[in-house]
Design a protein around this ligand. Structure first.
Ligand SMILES: Cc1cc2nc3c(=O)[nH]c(=O)nc-3n(C[C@H](O)[C@H](O)[C@H](O)COP(=O)(O)OP(=O)(O)OC[C@H]3O[C@@H](n4cnc5c(N)ncnc54)[C@H](O)[C@@H]3O)c2cc1C
Length: 440
């Protein structure tokens, strides 16, 4: 039997190195507004929005407006990663927002071009990737690659900072209304990603969390001595190792009977056609069952030795098979979590890492267009457009019930982007309905 040997030092790539950047036209000034109409508006400039904009560029669709709350390509993605202190990606070198089916610089090529800037470990990982083995990608390399894509595909200069409030289908155009401007589009692609999952209302009665409680995408106060972490995924693992490194003791509440370690965050077959095929031609309830079974929290193997060591010496106390019932900020600044078993767990700060929920267009599009069922939109399976509004499509987590659990991942965006960009380009060029275009 081959035993996988995790190497914790792989998690330690340096962050914040300078990378050469190609000359680029300036990005839109903050406060400026885009043209009043466009062929395509992309909502969200994360890895998904970047992939779509880059693919449309290859298809010759250049009249594109990208709208993002942060205004920066992949702004929220890297903000979240840096808040957690994450240094390497979980996904391999083949997973990147570069465009499939066109001559383009792959992430692996990009890393090799910058060989002299990489550490010995990072170079070894590249050799592993070249010979088809699992390897990890430094966040630094991925960040520089995304900046390279955004510049070389003219995405950065089309990215406007604003919050989209509504996407209103009309007779001649779909109007995208933001807090600052509106754009009338022939097509809209929603790439809003996922929002953090909030706590059940019963934990503290809803609304803002009590003092001393925060969510995974917020920073933890530096004065904390004993930190509670709730959640079983990679985010929780980052929070725990970050707290241990800061000299804190950690109480970890895991609802499952035990933590799960695996390389990718979903079974790797879902990154391949045979995995996606499991979602083809099967009924809704089977898809829901597959999502429930495979969209589960897990942690990269590399964390295991450190977490086990910390538990062995008592710096990490793991409450396995324990669900939180109530959270209260008690007197003296201590946060107390009451568990279903009746046990209490206390610390001076608690961080909730309860996962994410896909943004499916609810609140932006009319409800009858989204036609939400069990938290998922009703989509055309070939074009990923809303069945009731073919001019609006999705790329990202919202496509989960069509593409499977990897839809939320960088590789899932590549698959979705190929379909969506081809359908839009075809329709713009020939005026043929997108669903017909995707079928040709
Ligand atoms: C810490 C962390 C690490 C991860 N690591 C990996 C990994 O290694 N590999 C992998 O495949 N996946 C990883 N994931 C999963 C990850 O979420 C996705 O791969 C990726 O971020 C999804 O890209 P996205 O563009 O769909 O969403 P996001 O990156 O969230 O981008 C969506 C963008 O849309 C903007 N937006 C949303 N709503 C609006 C609105 N109404 N108006 C304007 N803008 C809006 C947001 O501000 C955001 O910038 C990770 C996730 C997290 C949280």
């Amino acid at each position: 039997m081959i035993t996988f040997v995790p190497e914790p030092h792989l998690l330690d790539s340096p962050r914040g190195r300078e990378w050469p950047r190609p000359p680029a036209p300036p990005s839109p000034a903050r406060g400026a507004s885009p043209p009043a109409s466009a062929d395509v508006v992309i909502v969200g400039a994360g890895p998904a929005g970047l992939a779509v904009a880059s693919a449309l560029w290859h298809h010759g669709v250049h009249d594109v407006v990208v709208v993002d709350r942060t205004g920066r390509p992949c702004g929220r993605f890297f903000d979240r990663i840096d808040t957690l202190g994450q240094r390497v990606l979980r996904s391999p070198y083949e997973h990147h927002p570069g465009v499939e089916g066109f001559r383009d610089c792959e992430l692996l090529d990009f890393a090799r071009l910058h060989w002299s800037r990489l550490t010995r470990t990072e170079r070894r990982e590249i050799r592993m990737a070249q010979s088809g083995h699992r390897s990890v990608v430094p966040v630094d390399v991925f960040d520089a690659y995304c900046a390279h894509l955004a510049t070389s595909h003219h995405v950065a200069e089309k990215a406007w900072q604003a919050t989209v409030r509504a996407v209103e289908p009309g007779r001649d155009a779909v109007t995208v209304r933001t807090d600052r401007f509106s754009v009338a589009a022939r097509h809209v692609v929603l790439c809003p990603g996922e929002e953090r999952r909030s706590a059940p209302e019963t934990w503290w009665g809803g609304g803002h969390p009590p003092r001393g409680v925060s969510f995974w995408d917020e920073s933890v106060p530096s004065g904390a001595q004993c930190q509670v972490v709730v959640g079983a995924g990679l985010t929780a693992a980052h929070l725990i190792t970050g707290a241990l490194a800061a000299g804190r003791e950690v109480q970890w509440v895991v609802r499952e009977p035990g933590e799960r370690y695996q390389c990718a965050d979903v079974n790797s077959s879902f990154f391949r056609p045979e995995g996606r095929k499991r979602f083809d031609g099967v009924g809704w309830s089977e898809r829901l069952e597959l999502m429930g079974r495979f969209r589960r929290a897990s942690i990269m193997f590399e964390f295991r030795p450190q977490l086990e060591r910390a538990e062995a010496v008592g710096r990490l106390v793991v409450h396995r098979g324990e669900a939180v019932k109530e959270v209260a900020a008690a007197v003296g600044g201590t946060v107390v979590l009451r568990l279903e078993s009746g046990r209490r767990v206390a610390g001076d700060h608690a961080v909730l890492a309860l996962g994410t929920t896909p943004s499916i267009g609810t609140g932006l599009l009319p409800d009858d267009v989204v036609a939400a069922r069990d938290g998922w939109p009703e989509l055309d399976e070939r074009t990923l457009s809303y069945r009731r509004e073919p001019r609006v499509s999705v790329v990202g987590a919202a496509a989960g019930m069509v593409l499977g659990p990897a839809a939320r991942n960088i590789d899932g965006h590549r698959v979705a982007t190929t379909r969506v960009a081809a359908a839009i380009a075809h329709r713009l060029r020939h005026g043929v309905p997108a669903e017909v275009a995707a079928g040709v």
